[in-house]
Design a protein around this ligand. Structure first.
Ligand code: URA
Length: 193
């Protein structure tokens, strides 16, 4: 399946019950040849209404965090584990995650990213390892099948607990170092001041 077929098929999905209550499928945004893929948990209210990931308050913080290290929607792809909003922003159920993962797997196959950054516990448990502990293991690196994986605290967690921000700043610096190490064209990631 290519990008055009995928982006046409995905909005028709009704593999789980989240499709009953969604306004929009939040497919993902960014260049289709991005070397860095960010994966959140699932759309919130504003993302559901707009059909775009991370456009609410957490998204604004994410954009600010990424701009510190020369990253953003212009050079990264941003998606979620589930593409439809869980009611009342509850965690997506395991069955919903499993139903939705084939879409993300195809996106990752087409993108072939060098780096995948999980935003929060849910994405890290799904993509890195089942028993991932975000408080202990954020900022660590895991290599699987030639792709480098790490996890950051979810931006919503940083909004709730600003005390976690210094740790995240350090994690962003390790992410920047990894980008410069493994992405072939470092000029794409110049910090714009
Ligand atoms: N939180 C997420 O995990 N994903 C979004 O797209 C928005 C908020």
């Amino acid at each position: 399946m290519d990008w055009d077929a995928l982006s046409a098929a995905c909005p028709q999905c009704n593999r789980c019950e989240l499709s009953d209550t969604r306004h929009n499928v939040v497919f993902g945004v960014g260049p289709r040849d991005a070397e860095i893929l960010f994966v959140g948990e699932g759309p919130g209210e504003q993302e559901d209404l707009k059909g775009e990931p991370f456009v609410g308050p957490a998204g604004q913080l994410l954009d600010e965090m990424l701009s510190i290290i020369g990253l953003g929607r212009h050079n990264c792809y941003i998606a979620n584990i589930v593409k439809c909003r869980p009611p009342h922003n509850r965690d997506p159920l395991e069955t919903e995650q499993e139903a939705c993962m084939p879409w993300l797997r195809i996106q990752a196959k087409l993108l072939r990213p060098r780096i995948i950054v999980c935003l929060g516990r849910i994405a890290a448990m799904k993509l890195i390892k089942e028993d991932f502990k975000i408080t202990r293991e954020h900022g660590q690196w895991f290599e699987k099948g030639g792709i480098w994986f790490t996890a950051l605290y979810h931006p919503s967690a940083l909004l709730r607990d600003p005390g976690k921000r210094p740790e995240t700043f350090r994690d962003l610096k390790t992410l920047q170092a990894k980008v410069l190490e493994v992405c072939p064209d470092p000029a794409k990631y110049d910090v714009i001041s």
